[in-house]
Design a protein. Structure first.
Length: 269
């Protein structure tokens, strides 16, 4: 299947994203071009997305009704990987590819199930391009969940302003009593958040929420703050390392997210 080959291509790109990779932020006309790209993605216009992505260094690969736009991890404009199907009803986001092991597999599996889910991924390791003296995430230009000026963040904000809910995938080292930590970040709790919780509990995954897991709630997350401003749903989903290393559990989580989106999108109509 075409979508499967695109997923393989993204996975190959992720393996090339290294801590010492090159990275710079957009400048000059690139910023307006990113906004034009985001507009095309929000409309589900693959041809326009290809045309606006090319000057940004995003190579296009088509497979059936899907198009992958991806930057080269070896280039300083290692900004994005995007898979677009139809006009999106939701976004699944992978902000820390390679750094958060196998999160791309969960996101791609969800997008592969639904043409109306846009897959949005950072194009670089989260510390690529960081100065040697960097001590905080916000000092790392490629740590897109901490930087409003990252291309990932600019695209996500345009999509959020169009009302699209976000599911953002992260990973944490195993802890003895929890498999998944769930939060709305800085946004308000939503029907989508509740549906995700219910579906993951149905799987038998141990779901943690609230202050006990304060360090995993993503309350300073830039995309969550954008969702709070726009009044849209944001799901900050942290997955344990053991879960992410298990292909069957990853696929089951993607299926659960698919069902949660069905329920939440139906209720919002």
């Amino acid at each position: 299947m075409g979508g499967t080959e695109l997923a393989r291509q993204v996975a190959r790109l992720v393996r090339r994203m290294h801590r010492d990779g090159p990275y710079r932020l957009p400048r000059g006309p690139e910023i307006a071009a990113l906004d034009a790209l985001a507009d095309a993605l929000a409309r589900g216009d693959g041809d326009a997305a290809v045309a606006t992505g090319a000057p940004l260094g995003l190579a296009a690969t088509r497979a059936g009704d899907r198009v992958l736009l991806a930057s080269d991890p070896g280039d300083e404009r290692a900004w994005l990987a995007v898979v677009l199907g139809s006009a999106p009803a939701a976004v699944v986001e992978v902000p820390h590819p390679n750094a958060d092991l196998a999160t791309e597999h969960v996101g791609l599996a969800l997008a592969g199930r639904r043409a109306d889910v846009l897959y949005l991924q950072s194009g670089a390791h989260r510390v690529a391009g960081a100065p040697p003296e960097a001590r905080d995430r916000v000092e790392c230009p490629a740590d897109v969940s901490s930087r409003e000026d990252a291309p990932f963040s600019r695209v996500a904000e345009v999509l959020v302003r169009r009302g699209l809910p976000q599911i953002q995938l992260h990973g944490f080292a195993d802890r003895g009593d929890v498999d998944v930590v769930l939060s709305p970040g800085a946004a308000a709790p939503s029907a989508l958040l509740a549906a995700v919780r219910d579906r993951l509990v149905d799987l038998g995954e141990r779901v943690g929420e609230g202050e006990r897991w304060e360090d995993l709630l993503g309350r300073r997350n830039v995309q969550g703050r954008a969702a709070a401003r726009a009044g849209t749903a944001f799901v900050h989903l942290e997955l344990s390392r053991s879960l992410r290393r298990d292909a069957d559990r990853r696929d089951a989580v993607a299926a659960a997210l698919d069902k949660a989106l069905d329920k939440a999108l139906e209720e919002s109509r």
